[in-house]
Design a protein around this ligand. Structure first.
Ligand code: ADP
Ligand code: TRP
Length: 326
């Protein structure tokens, strides 16, 4: 494991479905890049996924697939502690301690709780207490920075609030974490122009067959400007996606082609497909490998869990002592 970095970054990934280009550019790529700068702890949040009552096989499959995708895309287990949340059950013990410091009203005011209940998820106690488990995830590893999407901002505020309450009540044991909100990545558009999201069925998946990837790219919605006429690159979904893959010169070149006319959306889609295929080709080989070697994936997660658990155990021992149940 990396010992040369002074700051610890931690993040959790909920295993809720197959990953798409939006997830890759919005979350995975920045997370993977951080491993060169921080001591990273990344985990698959399967306890959190239970709040949505998935089928047993679905939960296991999704957790496995997320692990495979992250490893394929460059997560380096020699640098990053990569593990399954539930392999460190100590986190539930700290959750209980934090629960006892959490005002119920604070949880009831959470946007994500209200949104999920509005969407029809059962208002179970797990869903209500989700931010406390998340706080425990963060605090148990004494994390310094927590890279997350904007939707998790309130959860990080709760985490800091609970750390303050705990340290005030029992002494300075828990490290105060800082949110690293990813504001810079503009939302990656889906094939219909809305934000790419699995709930809109407008995604381009990372490890679909090349044939399927091509089909989805060809389906990207464009306007009906005839081939000969100039086109506005800035309002085009194909161009927006192309920008994620191409070099500055290539982007400039395509911009000029759009504006000159005689360049059709079909041409742009073909160029996008080529770029996308080229970009993911090296990842595909690793993806195949890990898919066919589930034991190798399991070994990585178990190694990660051993390291994570040692850190968690230390925090929980201190916490037990501080609260008086050691
Ligand atoms: P989905 O919208 O498909 O359900 P999630 O909410 O599970 O995706 O996304 C997990 C993370 O991936 C988010 O917190 C966000 O940072 C990132 N992400 C998802 N979709 C996009 C997108 N279209 N553009 C940029 N980032 C995204
Ligand atoms: N709730 C986060 C999400 O849905 C996942 C998560 C669980 C997490 N525990 C965490 C993120 C701890 C950061 C830190 O994206």
């Amino acid at each position: 494991m990396a010992e040369n970095t002074e700051k610890r970054a931690l993040s959790g990934i909920t295993p809720s479905g197959t990953l798409h280009l939006g997830n890759y550019f919005g979350m995975m790529k920045p997370a993977i890049e951080m491993q060169y700068e921080y001591e990273c702890f990344y985990f698959i949040a399967d306890y959190h996924a239970l709040t949505q009552l998935p089928e047993r096989e679905d939960l296991q499959q999704r957790a496995f697939r997320i692990a495979v995708d992250f490893l394929a895309c460059g997560l380096d287990p020699a640098r990053t502690t990569f593990f399954r949340q539930s392999d460190v059950p100590e986190v539930l013990e700290l959750t209980w301690m934090l629960n006892c410091l959490t005002p119920v009203g604070l949880l009831e005011r959470c946007h994500s709780y209200k949104d999920k209940v509005e969407k029809g998820l059962p208002a179970n106690h797990g869903l209500l207490t989700y931010p406390v488990l998340m706080s425990s995830d963060i605090l148990i590893y004494q994390s310094n920075v927590v890279p997350v999407g904007k939707d998790q901002k309130q959860h990080l505020e709760i985490t800091r609030d609970l750390a303050t309450r705990f340290n005030h009540q029992y002494g300075e044991i828990l490290t105060m974490p800082e949110a690293r909100i990813r504001e810079s990545v503009a939302a990656v558009p889906g094939i219909d122009g809305r934000k790419m999201s699995k709930s809109y069925d407008n995604t381009i998946e990372l490890f679909d067959s090349e044939k399927q990837m091509r089909k989805r790219i060809m389906e990207i919605v464009t306007d009906s400007t005839p081939l000969d006429e100039p086109k506005d690159p800035e309002t085009c979904n194909v161009f927006a996606l192309y920008k994620l893959f191409a070099s500055e010169e290539e982007v400039e070149q395509m911009r000029e082609q759009y504006m000159a006319g005689g360049f059709g959306y079909g041409h742009a889609k073909k160029a996008l497909f080529e770029k996308c295929r080229e970009y993911f080709r090296p990842f595909r080989e690793k993806h195949e490998y890990y898919l066919n070697h589930p034991q190798a994936v399991e070994d990585i997660l178990q190694d990660g869990a051993r390291h994570a658990r040692a850190v968690a155990r230390q925090t929980v021992d201190e916490v037990r002592k501080a609260v008086g149940i050691d």
